[in-house]
Design a protein around this ligand. Structure first.
Ligand code: FES
Length: 571
C-alpha cells in the first residue's frame, strides 16, 4: 500500500502532529487509530430539511461498521444538503455550491477514501462532482427509494401523482379535499422519490457508472438490505484505499457510455443529461449532448416505471433492479462490459447472471416496454446549441407538430396568465416559456412541464407541446422540450420568440425551428437586452460564471480537477 494521505497529518512527529491528533482525541479516539489506519471520510448530506436524506445518520452508522471491520478509521462529516422540495428558488441553484463544499471538505481534511451518502436529486451529482475534483478512492451509497405510495387502493408515485392529481383538480374531476388526503399517502417511509424521477435516475447512474456496489440503486430505504449494502460499502472502501482505486479509474469513457445507455433503458430523467455532462467535466472527459443522442436515443426503454410507465421503485427492486437491466443491455451488445466498478470487477462480471423476476416491470431487449425511447437532442434556429426531449414521456402524436406560439416571458408571467379562460390558446398551440435557464431563473428551475390551461383540461386535453430553457422534474411527463441552449437570458433565439410565431417540432428529424425569417429576428434582437445581474452573494457569482445547459451548467471555474494534495499546514 502507498503511504496514506492521512499520515501527512497524523504521522507527524512534531508540533503539527500534536495539533492534528490532539484535538481529534477530544472525541475519545485511542492513539493507535492514528498509526496507519486508512481514514475514511463519510460525506453526509443528512438534514431534516432534506426529507429524502433524513435517515442518513443511521445509514452512516452502518457504513462505519464496515469501515471498522476492515481496519479503517471512519470520520463522518456534513456537507450542504439540498432538499428538492423545500429549497427555494430551486435546489439546482446550489448544486455547484454544494459540490464546492464537498470538494474543499475532502481536500482540506485528513482522509484517504470517501463514502458519499446521497439521495435527494441534487445531492447525488453535487457529491460526485466535488469528489471527482479531488480524485480519492470513493464509493457511493444511495439512501434508497421510499416505499410505494398507496392511495385509495392504488399506487401513488412521488411527483408524478401530484402532477396527475392537480390536473384532475383543475379539470374538476377530483375534489380538493381528496387531493389533500393523498398528501399523507404518497410519502410514507424514509427514502427518496420512488418514481423513476431524478433521484432514482441518479442512483441508477451511480450504479451504472460503477461508482457503487451492485444493487445500490433500487433497494428501498427501509429494507434491511440497504443497511447491509452500506456496511459492505464501508468494508470495500478500505480495500479501495489499499489498492489506490481512485475515482478517475472508474469514471472512464466506457463508464459514461454505460450510464447514458442505462438512462435510456430506464426511461430516466432528462436531468441526468446535465448532471452527467457536469460530472464528466470534473474528470476532463469530453461528453456532449450528441453522445446522448448517438448512444441512447435509439435504445428501447425496458423499464415500466412512472412517469413513463406504471410501476414504482419498490417493484423495480423486486423485479431485479438495475443489474437485470444491464444484463439485457450487455446481451444486446449495448454495454461496455469491461468498465471497472468499485468492487474491483468489470461491470459485466457483476451483472452477467442477474435474474429478472417480473417481465412486466423489466422487459427484455427484444420485447421492450417502448421502442426508441432514449433522450433525443434537438437542434435548429431555436436551439443552436441543442435542446432535449424525453420521447418515452411524450405523446407520440405530438412528436411531429407545428403550432402557434403562446409565449410567457417568465414563470410569473405564466402563472398570471394560464388560468385565465380568455387566454388565446388551444390544444394545437405551442407553449413557450422564457428566462428559466441557468442564468435566467437563475438556477434553471424545474418548471418546463408547464401545467396546461384549465379550460383545455376541462375539455379533456391531456398534452400539448411545451418548450423552454428550463428543466423539468424527473417525475414529470408530456411533450416537453427542455434545456434550450443558449437560454433566453443569454441572448439565445428563444428570447426573440413572440406569441403568434409558428414553431415546428420534428423529433424524428431532431429539429426545433422557429418559422420567422432572419431579418425579422435581427430586428427583434436590437430591441432585446439582458436581464439585470443579481446584486450580490452566491446568486451573483453563479450568474456570472454558470455555463449553459448543454455544457452541464457547472461554473466555468469549477470544470476540471485539482487532486487532493494540499502543501501547507494549518498553523
Ligand atoms: Fe427528494 Fe424527490 S424530493 S428525491
Amino acid at each position: 500500500m502507498n503511504k496514506l494521505r492521512s499520515q501527512e497529518w497524523f504521522g507527524r512527529q512534531d508540533k503539527m502532529g500534536f495539533l492534528y491528533r490532539s484535538w481529534l482525541k477530544n472525541q475519545g479516539w485511542p492513539h493507535d487509530l492514528f498509526e496507519g489506519r486508512p481514514v475514511i471520510g463519510i460525506c453526509n448530506t443528512w438534514s431534516e430539511l432534506t426529507p429524502c436524506n433524513a435517515h442518513f445518520r443511521e445509514l452512516a452508522e452502518f457504513v462505519k461498521r464496515g469501515v471498522w471491520e476492515a481496519g479503517g478509521f471512519p470520520l463522518e462529516f456534513p456537507v450542504m444538503s439540498l432538499g428538492e422540495t423545500q429549497l427555494r428558488p430551486t435546489a439546482m441553484l446550489f448544486r455547484n455550491l454544494a459540490s464546492m463544499d464537498v470538494e474543499e471538505s475532502i481536500r482540506g481534511n485528513p482522509m484517504d477514501g470517501v463514502v458519499l451518502l446521497m439521495g435527494c436529486d441534487k445531492t447525488t451529482p453535487s457529491l460526485l462532482m466535488g469528489a471527482a475534483s479531488c480524485d480519492l478512492p470513493t464509493i457511493g451509497v444511495s439512501g434508497g427509494p421510499m416505499l410505494s405510495g398507496k392511495f385509495h387502493g392504488c399506487d401513488l408515485g412521488s411527483g408524478t401523482g401530484v402532477w396527475q392529481m392537480s390536473e384532475r383538480v383543475s379539470s374538476g374531476e377530483m375534489p380538493l379535499a381528496e387531493f389533500f388526503e393523498a398528501e399523507s399517502c404518497m410519502h410514507r417511509s424514509s427514502g427518496h422519490c420512488m418514481t423513476m424521477g431524478t433521484a432514482s435516475t441518479m442512483a441508477n447512474m451511480v450504479e451504472a457508472l460503477g461508482m457503487s456496489l451492485p444493487g445500490n440503486a433500487a433497494i428501498p430505504a427501509v429494507d434491511a438490505r440497504r443497511r447491509t449494502l452500506a456496511q459492505m460499502s464501508g468494508r470495500r472502501i478500505v480495500q479501495m484505499v489499499r489498492d489506490d482505486l481512485r475515482m478517475s479509474h472508474i469514471l472512464t469513457r466506457e463508464a459514461f457510455e454505460n450510464a447514458i445507455r442505462a438512462n435510456a433503458a430506464l426511461g430516466g430523467s432528462t436531468n441526468a443529461v446535465i448532471h452527467l455532462i457536469a460530472l464528466a467535466g470534473r474528470v476532463s472527459m469530453p461528453l456532449t449532448l450528441d453522445d446522448f443522442d448517438r448512444l441512447g436515443s435509439e435504445l428501447p426503454c425496458l423499464v415500466n416505471l412512472q412517469p413513463s410507465g406504471q410501476y414504482l421503485m419498490e417493484d423495480f427492486f423486486y423485479a431485479g433492479g438495475l443489474p437485470a437491466v444491464l444484463r439485457e443491455l450487455g446481451e444486446a451488445g449495448a454495454l461496455c462490459r469491461d468498465a471497472l466498478t468499485v468492487n474491483g470487477k468489470a461491470i459485466w462480471q457483476n451483472v452477467a447472471q442477474a435474474p429478472c423476476w417480473n417481465r412486466d416491470v423489466i422487459h427484455q431487449f427484444n420485447d421492450p416496454f417502448k421502442a426508441n425511447a432514449g433522450i433525443a437532442v434537438l437542434r435548429g434556429n431555436l436551439a443552436p446549441d441543442g435542446a432535449v426531449i424525453k420521447p418515452s414521456a411524450a405523446s407520440p402524436r405530438l412528436l411531429q407538430h407545428c403550432g402557434r406560439a403562446v409565449v410567457f416571458d417568465s414563470i410569473e408571467d405564466f402563472h398570471a396568465g394560464i388560468n385565465d379562460d380568455a387566454l388565446d390558446i388551444d390544444e394545437s398551440c405551442v407553449m413557450v416559456l422564457k428566462n428559466c435557464g441557468p442564468r435566467g431563473f437563475p438556477g434553471m428551475a424545474e418548471v418546463g412541464n408547464m401545467p396546461l390551461p384549465p379550460k383545455l383540461l376541462r375539455r379533456g386535453v391531456a398534452d400539448m407541446v411545451r418548450i423552454s430553457d428550463a428543466r423539468m422534474s424527473g417525475t414529470a411527463y408530456g411533450t416537453v422540450v427542455l434545456h434550450i441552449s443558449p437560454e433566453a437570458a443569454a441572448g439565445g433565439p428563444l428570447a426573440l420568440v413572440r406569441s403568434g410565431d409558428k414553431v415546428v417540432l420534428d423529433v424524428a428529424q431532431r429539429m426545433i425551428r422557429l418559422e420567422v425569417d432572419d431579418a425579422t429576428l435581427a430586428a427583434r434582437r436590437t430591441q432585446w437586452s439582458p436581464p439585470p445581474l443579481p446584486t450580490r452573494g452566491w446568486e451573483r457569482l453563479y450568474v456570472e460564471h454558470v455555463q449553459q445547459a448543454h455544457l452541464g451548467a457547472d461554473l466555468d471555474f469549477l470544470v476540471g480537477h485539482s487532486g487532493a494534495h494540499v502543501a501547507r499546514d494549518s498553523h
